[in-house]
Design a protein. Structure first.
Length: 190
């Protein structure tokens, strides 16, 4: 297998996507090594997940900095020390700004629980259910300065389960981990 790509995973919550990425890396199903987990919420469960598998954590609170640029400079310092080559967003609930975008051009990837450009931003599954659509899905895209507006790399449609947000979320989670892994492998092999 090729040399493993060094990635930093960004997450803000429970870290189910982080766990799936870590498991895929450990099983050699993803040609990558997680060298850093970055979170803006030190109390998030994802920190515990990273600690359990001995992955270094950079828990950096935005409110500890006067500007977004200063916050991202602190993240960038941790990324450079870790040797991260790609940034993989996995439930990171902040817009990435110019400091990181310039440091990692076309090397920041996100997964979003809708068929973009429909339902960008927070609560995409709830938005889809509230709008009464029959089909939603998952999108993997490159990150740019907008809210879920970057180049779409892969999508997978998922049926909305009879207006039920929880069941629809389960259906989305059932496909997103595989789609993310496959898309990342394709990117890393270029």
């Amino acid at each position: 297998m090729n040399r493993k790509v060094k990635i930093a995973v960004f997450a803000s919550g429970s870290g189910s996507n982080f766990a799936a990425i870590e498991q895929a890396c450990s099983a050699d199903e993803l040609n990558a090594e997680i060298v850093l987990m970055v979170t803006n919420k030190p109390e998030a469960f994802v920190v515990e997940r990273a600690d359990k598998v001995s992955i270094p954590v950079a828990a950096i609170r935005p409110k500890d900095f006067e500007t977004k640029d200063a916050y991202e400079e602190a993240i960038l310092h941790a990324l450079r020390e870790s040797g991260a080559e790609w940034l993989v967003l996995a439930g990171y609930m902040r817009l990435v700004g110019p400091v990181l975008l310039m440091a990692y051009p076309s090397r920041i990837v996100n997964i979003h629980p809708s068929l973009l450009p429909s339902f960008p931003g927070k609560d995409a599954i709830a938005q889809a259910v509230a709008h009464g659509v029959k089909v939603t899905g998952v999108t993997v895209h490159l990150v740019d300065e907008g809210m879920d507006t970057g180049q779409i790399l892969a999508q997978c449609a998922v049926d909305v389960v009879s207006g039920d947000e929880d069941k629809t979320a389960e259906a989305i989670h059932a496909v997103e981990h595989g789609l993310y892994k496959d898309t990342l492998n394709e990117l890393f092999s270029r």
